[in-house]
Ligand binder design. Structure first.
Ligand code: FNR
Length: 183
């Protein structure tokens, strides 16, 4: 399965990016995970939506061609970071590439609440008319990684917290099932 992954932090040492890399390595037998470069996307500009820059075209094509999309978001001031919202806005016009697309939201924060507010906002955004993704249902499937500094290995950068890893394994299985039944 081809999975396109969008990470809402462009920080070099981003924990959210570290989670993406952990997943890329851990699930490589079942999932071919490509990680998006959202830093290269310009600000959304409605004047350019019919003929956007090539990076935007490539980004939209990657979403359109993927069997599923993983979105891993930090929480900035109780919501998703602007860079992530910007990337999603590009996908929501002219050709709406998220329509019916299986999406798994996750997030990592350094605090106690593990991006719960950002993920609630993300779920709302993903159900907007221009997007209408098929999101892994809430009610036990939310992957909220809190206290990040204690859960990632400082040297390798990988997620090492066993409880979180086994929870994640279970939710990834659910996501794979959802993709299979969406086809
Ligand atoms: C944060 N952080 C944060 N954490 C949280 O749990 N709720 C929040 O509302 C915020 N708000 C916030 C705003 C801004 C501008 C920054 C820079 C940070 C802390 C955040 O969880 C922490 O910096 C993470 O490490 C960010 O994710 P990455 O960059 O490590 O992936």
């Amino acid at each position: 399965m081809n999975i396109f992954t969008i990470v809402g932090s462009i920080r070099k040492e981003s924990y959210n990016m570290q989670l993406a890399k952990t997943m890329q390595e851990r699930y490589k037998d079942n999932l071919n995970i490509e990680i998006a470069d959202i830093r290269s996307l310009p600000f959304f500009d409605q004047d350019e939506e019919h003929n956007p820059p090539q990076v935007v075209k490539d980004f939209k094509k990657a979403v359109a061609n993927a069997d599923g999309v993983i979105i891993i978001t930090p929480e900035y001031n109780w919501s998703v970071p602007g860079v992530l919202k910007n990337a999603i806005d590009w996908t929501s016009r002219v050709k709406r590439v998220f329509l019916g697309k299986p999406v798994m939201p996750l997030g990592v924060s350094t605090g106690m609440l593990g991006t719960v507010r950002a993920q609630l906002h993300l779920r709302e955004i993903l159900s907007a008319p221009g997007i209408q993704a098929k999101v892994l249902p809430p009610g036990g499937n939310e992957v909220l990684v809190n206290f990040a500094a204690q859960k990632f290995d400082e040297e390798t950068g990988l997620l090492v917290d066993e409880t979180t890893i086994s929870f994640l394994d279970d939710k990834v299985d659910k996501f794979i099932e959802m993709i299979k039944t969406s086809k």
